[in-house]
Design a binder for this molecule. Structure first.
Ligand code: ASP
Length: 344
């Protein structure tokens, strides 16, 4: 009898749980009407930092001729990946503390498919390897030697990514071997690394989001990560949901800055979900930055975080923890670099 009673209790509890989970999951049909309809024939691309301008130009070549957003974001971020003067992405990126350039990258398309590579060495275009992971394997993320092996098997060329400039900086760093990531903060010590405006950072990422003429969205994110990091350290950029997230029903988001903090709140996914609930891209980026700040109110003293987002209406925005974050926009209407608002 008591068995029967507990069975009944269990069944009642399960139906109650089922009912409440149905309510929780009901956002799809219930909110469908609220989801924005994509704008058509108004392609647009946005990217992190000033160097996003050149990357956007590469993406725009694809977008304005009717190409697919996925091809646009890959073509776009390949530009900083190949630029030896850009010391935070791809070839020429600053190495880890062992003198090895290790790359993180991810890509996501309009069908929610995604691919990424982490801690990849000796291949310039990590983004194209990430795309190959997405298109040619049943997996999402390949790391380290396995990622390199996969790349070589798929025809990527092995090359030395450490430029004399980055090697010299690493040797200089070795003298003190002080591991202190200095972020992209206009008013702080990062300028001790390199005083060239726009390149005065010891780590940045190119994160890019695009919507094509059909109204479909894709995103890409690629970086050499934090300069002089521990060998094997992986940041947010190849972690789907952290450094990059795209939901073709809602929009996309991507992150730059202290990857560990972005991972802790699964930042880009959070931004997209907040847009799903009705926030504008800037509001959603701000809320994600506020979440990081709330969890760790001392954070602003030590690092930078920046998010950018693009929604299906073609609205975009960005927000950062600290001053000094910029993002570049290219569309049929404008080609511009914006300074993001910041919490501090
Ligand atoms: N988010 C990157 C990382 O943590 C670096 C950056 O964007 O500044 O590896």
């Amino acid at each position: 009898m008591s068995d029967r009673r507990s069975f009944l209790k269990f069944s009642l509890l399960s139906s109650a749980l089922l009912a409440s989970s149905k309510t929780l999951l009901a956002y799809h049909p219930a909110n469908k009407a609220k989801l924005p309809t994509a704008v058509k024939d108004q392609p647009i691309v946005i990217s992190t930092w000033d160097f996003g301008r050149e990357a956007n130009a590469g993406a725009w070549n694809v977008l304005h001729t009717g190409g697919r957003a996925l091809d646009a974001v890959e073509a776009g971020v390949k530009i900083p990946e190949a630029d030896p003067e850009n010391q935070t992405v791809g070839y020429g990126g600053r190495p880890d503390r062992d003198g090895r350039v290790t790359l993180d990258a991810s890509i996501m398309d309009e069908n929610g498919r995604c691919g990424s590579v982490a801690c990849l060495e000796n291949i310039m275009h990590a983004i194209s390897v990430a795309r190959a992971v997405m298109e040619k394997t049943p997996h999402v993320l390949l790391a380290g030697d396995g990622a390199l092996q996969f790349a070589l098997e798929h025809g990527f060329k092995k090359e030395n990514l450490l430029t004399p400039k980055s090697e010299a900086e690493w040797k200089e760093w070795l003298k003190e071997s002080k591991y202190q990531p200095v972020m992209n903060v206009e008013n702080k010590t990062h300028r001790s690394i390199d005083d060239t405006p726009g390149n005065s950072r010891n780590h940045d990422t190119i994160g890019m989001l695009a919507m094509d003429a059909k109204g479909d969205m894709s995103g890409a994110c690629t970086t050499s990560g934090m300069a002089f990091k521990m060998h094997g350290r992986v940041g947010d950029s190849p972690i789907i949901g952290a450094g990059l997230f795209v939901d073709n029903e809602v929009g996309g988001a991507t992150a730059t800055g202290m990857g560990e903090e972005v991972i802790k709140i699964v930042g880009s996914h959070l931004v997209v979900e907040l847009m799903r609930q009705g926030m504008t891209p800037e509001q959603a980026c701000r809320a994600a930055v506020e979440r990081i700040n709330h969890k760790n109110p001392e954070a602003y003293k030590n690092f930078q975080i920046g998010f950018i987002a693009l929604n299906k209406k073609g609205q975009y925005g960005g927000f950062a923890l600290q001053k000094g974050f910029s993002f570049a926009v290219r569309s049929g209407k404008e080609e511009k670099i914006y300074t993001a608002k910041s919490l501090y």
